[in-house]
Design a protein around this ligand. Sequence first.
Ligand code: ADP
Ligand code: ADP
Length: 234
Amino acid sequence: MTDIILRFENVTFRYPETLTEALQGLNLDVPRGKVTAILGPNGAGKTTLLRLAYGRYVPTRGQIWLEGRLLGAYTRQQIGRMVALVPQREANPFAYSLLEYVLLGRAPYLLPLQMPAASDVAIAWEALERVGLHHLARRSVQALSGGEYQLLLVARALAQQPRLLLLDEPTSHLDLANKKRLVECLRSLVSAGVTILMTSHEPEVVSALAQHVILMREGRVLHSGPLDALWTPE
Ligand code: ADP
Ligand code: ADP
């Protein structure tokens, strides 16, 4: 196994509807077993990069490698077993309970009224415990606050038991106590061998978690290296 879990090679991505080139020949290596933070101003392409890494979009040009294999060579299910994405937000039209919603991370094709496997329920419950939402397990997702909903998206991703966890601004709606809890939760995942790639605008979260940082602007990588090197003058 190489020490690079995810590699972007000359990746260009153009949104077909608007022809915006969100990524422009981007090169990137994500080291295994660490927390990598993607930093950069709004519109730099951070969210787009995470969507491509999850296989939601296919590069217009260039290649993405996951575990040394082209991302396009995996099926959706295979990607879902290796990679989980915590989006910034998501349209949520259904009246799921929290437990049911997190179960979608285990069994995305489960039909209404179909019984989930007991082992999947146990994993979903543990994911809710990790983010501190287990006491709300039977409540409707629609009744959650913004911060609780953000934690729920994390729990759903944890239920996938990914080896690569992608998070898009995961603390943007969290209060201080929940920020600390999430930082601890992510740290314990890393000790268990999970690789994390996240975006964040919050310096205290980045400095508490990231060992590696990638600085982006206008769809390109400006800098990639250890966190401490970022603050060293040229
Ligand atoms: P924020 O500024 O809060 O990060 P986003 O960039 O996430 O907002 O945008 C919110 C939604 O709008 C996302 O689903 C994103 O895909 C979509 N979006 C963002 N920019 C454009 C655009 N130029 N054209 C169409 N949809 C866009
Ligand atoms: P960041 O996450 O760094 O703020 P994004 O990846 O959201 O950047 O956006 C990069 C560029 O792509 C921006 O110019 C944005 O407007 C555009 N963009 C993002 N989402 C969409 C979308 N769904 N459709 C069209 N353009 C989009």
